[in-house]
Design a protein around this ligand. Structure first.
Ligand code: CP
Ligand code: NVA
Length: 315
């Protein structure tokens, strides 16, 4: 793996390795980690706000012996029109890797094409691969137990994704589920089906579209092992928030809807959450809500991804 731009940049046979490394980093936290990024500086380019992604990458890079350099796009020349390609070429002369959060997936791909160092996707409008890997790891550590096979524990499990079925987290689950061997049931408003672009990507990668789409939230959660939701108005959608909320209200994860999933189903959300909108506070507070484990696991999973990208694999 040269870059981590989308879920399928890791192959199915590498899932075991990334999850085991993450488990090892998590277990050994607090003891000195293998300094796989020793002497390295990684640039973190952010065109959008972030709490989890920024902090987990900064802390993770530091814990691996490297140095993280936060670059808000407003502060660098990229924000004044310098090209993505020149930014990639210049940063490649200084740093050993780049994490980027921006709007267009194509910008991340252009950055990677012009860079001579690894590039990691820290969220675009299209995908949020670091998040979905952390989510899958969070479920797997529960299902596999302390020494079980994490990747194998995901196989055949059902994820119900409710609400904004046409944006980054839904797309990441579409790609992620196909790689993890999970079943995905999406439920959202009429006409809010996953777009052509994600379907075309699945086709281009020779993956069958292993997801279903329904406008009936009860149908989606029936038999689900994970009930997942995301905000209804993502970063960049603020102006349409009122209309989006009106359309997505039937897909709010209420206690009643959550109770219709399997009795031991997990509730997941990438955060930040808007309690009372896409999820009821009682569901967020439920003992089966693992939202803060998902957030914490960003650190451990991303350290594993960084170790794999650096070629050192944490050993
Ligand atoms: N889940 C997530 O990516 O959170 P941030 O926007 O805080 O980074
Ligand atoms: N869909 C959300 C995810 C935030 C982590 C957004 O893009 O704002």
């Amino acid at each position: 793996m040269k870059h981590f731009l989308r879920e399928t940049d890791l192959k199915a046979h590498e899932l075991g390795e990334v999850f085991s490394l993450a488990r090892e980093f998590k277990r050994k936290r607090g003891r000195p980690a293998p300094p796989v990024l020793s002497g390295q500086t990684w640039a973190l380019i952010f065109a959008k706000s972030s709490t989890r992604t920024r902090v987990s990458f900064e802390v993770g890079i530091n814990e691996l012996g490297g140095h993280a350099l936060y670059l808000n796009t407003h502060d660098i020349q990229l924000g004044r029109g310098e090209s993505i390609e020149d930014t990639a070429r210049v940063l490649s002369r200084f740093v050993h890797g780049i994490v980027i959060r921006t709007f267009e997936q194509s910008d991340v791909e252009r950055l990677a094409a012009a860079a001579s160092v690894p590039v990691v996707n820290g969220l675009t409008d299209f995908l949020h691969p670091c998040q979905v890997y952390s989510d899958a790891f969070t479920a797997a550590e529960r299902w596999a137990g302390p020494d079980g096979d994490l990747a194998a524990s995901l196989k055949g499990r059902k994820v119900a994704f409710l609400g904004d079925t046409g944006f980054n987290m839904a797309n990441s689950w579409i790609l992620g589920a196909s790689l993890f061997g999970m079943r995905l049931a999406l439920a959202g408003p009429d006409g809010h089906e996953p777009g052509e672009r994600i379907r075309a990507l699945l086709k281009a990668e020779g993956r069958t579209a292993g997801f279903t789409y329904t406008t009936d939230p009860m149908e989606a959660v029936d038999g689900a092992d994970i009930v997942y939701t995301d905000v209804w108005a993502s970063m960049g959608h603020e102006k349409d928030a009122t209309a989006r909320h009106a359309r997505m209200r039937p897909y709010a994860v209420t206690s009643r809807l959550f109770a219709a999933a399997k009795p031991d189903a997990l509730f997941m959300h990438c955060l930040p959450a808007h309690p009372g909108e896409e999820v009821e506070q009682a569901v967020l507070d439920s003992p089966r809500s693992v939202v803060f484990d998902e957030a914490e696991n960003r650190l451990h999973v991303q350290k594993a991804i960084l170790a794999m990208l650096s070629g050192a694999r944490g050993k």
